[in-house]
Design a protein around this ligand. Structure first.
Ligand code: MLT
Length: 315
């Protein structure tokens, strides 16, 4: 009887609103991807509303834990990013195992990062920034979204590449962090273009570099040099986002979610919004759960030694 009920439930799925947990504060890069994706998934998910639940804290691990522990019925999903593969190296004890506690539903996009400064920072390019950093050792405030966040990872690599210790100031997301950067309470932040393009275009923050190996084509960012060009050889950080469900969510349900994701990622409006902010929508095998999981395993193997090598800067 149970099998019959499960099959019936999966056949009706979704018959009520679906919640996507965003493990960072509203208004930031992860939240932006989630809301745009929810809009594009609504129709292919049978018109069901998709609710965003922002659960910030601890670099995204609190939100990830909430979903790992949620009912595996397909009504609580997680929208997370590369942080799900870097957190295991940064936390002695995580309440979830990245590879065992989730069903992998497919990847969404890849987002470059930018190194930005408060508007009053007396450095208008990377060379001037390096001089300012050297002159202000011990007094530099670097904002991020907590240990394990993409902004933390980028900041870690920045400090270890420049061999400069910075005072890191954690927030529940880079939206609140951006407010303090604009207000001059913190000096620097490494954040995703989905959150920084608008501020850069409006000239509200200083921009020093992009973290990709090639310059971006987005109008507001095409003249921003790469870290590699600026002499920080090999600096290469791109943040991907993906969708997860709790382990044990029935395959009939995860297949339905993946099918809706595939439709959403082909939505011209979704693609246009993403590209306007420097992001690239995934259109390769990683849209599939199995390939998505294989990619995350590779990311864990890639980032663990890099994080360990930069470890002294990880707080
Ligand atoms: C981060 O990892 O820095 C987050 O993406 C920030 C956010 O989404 O608020």
């Amino acid at each position: 009887v149970t099998l019959l009920c499960a099959a019936a439930t999966a056949a009706e799925y979704p018959d009520r609103p679906v919640t996507i947990v965003v493990p960072f504060a509203a208004g930031g890069p992860t939240d932006k991807v989630a809301r745009d994706l929810a809009e594009a998934m609504r129709k292919p998910m049978g018109g069901q509303s998709i609710i965003i639940d922002n659960v910030g804290g601890a670099g995204g691990t609190l939100g990830a834990t909430k979903v790992a522990r949620a009912a595996n019925d397909g009504y609580t999903l997680l929208l997370h990013h590369a942080g799900i593969s870097t957190a295991p190296t940064l936390y002695r004890k995580l309440a979830y195992n990245t590879l065992d506690d989730f069903e992998y539903l497919g990847m969404i996009n890849e987002v470059p990062m930018t190194l930005i400064g408060r508007p009053t920072l007396p450095a208008n390019n990377f060379a001037e920034l390096r001089k300012w950093l050297d002159a202000n050792k011990g007094k530099i405030n670097l904002a991020n979204a907590g240990i394990g966040a993409a902004s933390h990872l980028c900041g870690l690599l920045l400090q270890s590449s420049l061999k400069i210790d910075m005072q890191t100031v954690p927030y529940k997301g880079t939206a609140p962090a951006m407010n303090d950067l604009l207000g001059g309470q913190v000096d620097l932040m490494c954040d995703q273009t989905t959150n920084t393009t608008g501020q850069i275009e409006a000239g509200k923050v200083k921009v020093y570099a992009v973290t990709t190996t090639k310059r971006l084509t987005t109008p507001a960012l095409k003249n921003v040099p790469t870290m590699d060009e600026l002499g920080v050889k090999g600096f290469n950080v791109t943040i991907w986002h993906a969708l997860y469900a709790p382990k044990g969510t029935p395959k009939a349900v995860t297949d339905k979610i993946n099918a809706a994701l595939r439709v959403a990622l082909k939505d011209p409006d979704f693609i246009k919004r993403e590209e306007a902010l420097g992001a690239v929508v995934v259109n390769d095998a990683r849209i599939g759960g199995a390939e998505h999981k294989k990619f995350v395993e590779a990311e864990i193997n890639k980032w663990s030694p890099i994080i360990k090598a930069a470890g002294q800067y990880a707080e």
